[in-house]
Design a protein around this ligand. Sequence first.
Ligand code: HEM
Ligand SMILES: *[C@@H]1O[C@H](CO)[C@@H](O)[C@H](O)[C@H]1NC(C)=O
Ligand SMILES: *[C@@H]1O[C@H](CO)[C@@H](O)[C@H](O)[C@H]1NC(C)=O
Ligand SMILES: *[C@@H]1O[C@H](CO)[C@@H](O)[C@H](O)[C@H]1NC(C)=O
Ligand SMILES: *[C@@H]1O[C@H](CO)[C@@H](O)[C@H](O)[C@H]1NC(C)=O
Length: 591
Amino acid sequence: MASNSYRNRGILRIVFLFTVICKIGAEYNNPCCSFPCENRGVCLTQGFKEYTCDCANTGYYGDHCEIPTFWLRIKLWLKPGPYTTHYLLTNFQWMWNIINNTSFMRNFIMRSVYLVRNSVIDSPPLFTSGHEYVTWESAANLSYYARTLPPVPRDCPTPMGVKGPKTLPDVELFRKFFVRTKFKPDTINTNVLFAFFAQHFSHMFFKTDLKKGPGFQWGGHGIDVSHIYGPDVASSNKLRTFQDGKLKYQMVNGEMWPPLLKDAPVTMTYPPNVKPEDKLGLGHEFFGMLPGLVVFSAIWLREHNRVCDVMRIEHPEWTDEQLFQTTRLIIIGQTINIVIRDYVQHLSNYNLQLFFNPELLFGYPFQYQNRITVEFNHLYHWHPLMPDDLEINGTKYTAQQYVFNAEMPLKHGMKEMVDSFVKQRAGSVEPNNHPENTIHVALETIKHGRELRMQPFNNYRKRFNLPVYKTFEELTGEKVLATELEQLYGDVDAVEFYVGILLERHVNGGMLGQTVIELGGPNSVKGLMSNPICSPLYWRSSTFGGDVGFNLVKDSTLQKLFCMNMNGCPRIAFSVPLNDDGKTDSMQDEL
Ligand code: HEM
Ligand SMILES: *[C@@H]1O[C@H](CO)[C@@H](O)[C@H](O)[C@H]1NC(C)=O
Ligand SMILES: *[C@@H]1O[C@H](CO)[C@@H](O)[C@H](O)[C@H]1NC(C)=O
Ligand SMILES: *[C@@H]1O[C@H](CO)[C@@H](O)[C@H](O)[C@H]1NC(C)=O
Ligand SMILES: *[C@@H]1O[C@H](CO)[C@@H](O)[C@H](O)[C@H]1NC(C)=O
């Protein structure tokens, strides 16, 4: 009897304990869910209720890393804020003319741009999508994209931490914010050549491995020009002739184009209905899809083979292998140079004349390693750049007509293709300007952000030293969209990363929003300047086969890339030409 009642009491006690634990479980909220630590401090839980912020080595102290140290305070006080800096850089042409012509000032400012941008990037990276805390995997597992901010902890009251709705709005609800109502051209006259350059260049390192999940990638984390030479040595071998260092090609109407897939059997993803003569063998498996990607593949192929010829004259003693390998390094250098002086120059709209000189960083602490982050990938989804149709030499091609149509660029020839790309305006990356055929990509990107539990847009602003948006109106810069967004999220601190990126108002006179610039700029500078060829013992003429090769790197421009490799030399630029009255043809069309 007695033992039985003891046993019953024991069971009761276990049941009681179990309910208490469940209750604690239900009420337990990870105290880090409110993201209490500022300025790159790390939130560390202590038991179930407490946390501490680790502010070590951030330059800040205090319970939440909110107080700058004395010297940092002075530095911050002297440093102009992001709005001021942007204003300075995009105005005062006369001042920049003086700076441009004074080499010590020019070098000083350019070095500051490199260093200031670099200082906000974690190198080596701290986080991946696999864990909410620092792990060895973050440093060592290259299959992951890195993460600038760790995922929102799993055990939080809402998907965005503590703010916003318990269930995020259905992504289909965002379609109406994206869908193109009327084509809106970009405000700084960006052209289609820029759009295709952006896509061609960035796809060498934005390679999401969706088979593993949106947090994984199959690229080389930087400027490895794998979009020209293929993702690995086996692919490169299929693209090479093994003669004089050159890559395979086909001649069409006297011009050099990428080889047919049957002659360079790399892995490509062509839909089954594509005709064999439209199937090219390229460095990136998707690049057969669009005529602009075929054009850039062809121009870099021509440049590679041209540089091989130059180097063979310099080095008649070299083998095919040495010609190939050295030319590849020259192509990497040219890519970085062109990206800085032509592409970023246009994108930034700065009056400061940007240039590429790795020597400016010698003697300064700088890590020659890079990791692509998932945030950088998401913010680079600029599909609104694409117009609905492509107009080549007076003929309009709809998306259906130009997709997987290699015959089209080959028939028109390089000159007509680039000339048309230069003259056609790109779309503005803003709300209600997404081409119909890529809206699904934008909606997928929001879904991926959720699967990866990306932190709210405002947290990224804080991470990159930007003031948080206090209202929806401040974010969008208008009222209608702001009101609709507020109905979806309730709290501006709950706006998702990619949604914020696409719906944020542009900086004055710029082609993008401030957050894209302040996140993209550092990731881009870091990716460009941390390339191995920029490190002191690589950056020597011998790496590039002597002064001739070294100068091919240093003197490269977008204009030369095209004009050295085609008949004639039309105007090559990333903006549409202006007429005498300062307007473009298509702007006048609209009036
Ligand atoms: C007509 C032109 C274009 C089409 C049809 C297109 C289509 C696509 C598609 C189908 C995806 C894959 C989405 C997925 O698998 O989830 C994608 C990804 C992407 N697109 Fe585009 N795109 C175009 C132009 C552009 C341009 C101009 C940019 C500018 C930078 C761009 C940037 C990106 C980026 C960064 C990704 C992610 C790639 C990755 O993570 O693997 N795209 N696009
Ligand atoms: C300096 O360079 C600019 C271009 O950056 C040029 O237009 C100007 O004439 C040059 N000379 C002076 C004295 O500013
Ligand atoms: C700026 O100055 C550099 C060197 O002094 C010169 O090579 C470059 O052409 C100048 N930029 C412009 C726009 O004139
Ligand atoms: C990287 O992490 C993923 C996910 O945990 C795992 O499947 C993969 O094997 C890891 N790669 C390496 C090289 O360890
Ligand atoms: C391009 O336009 C010119 C002039 O209209 C025409 O003569 C030429 O045949 C066109 N090229 C192609 C490939 O259609």
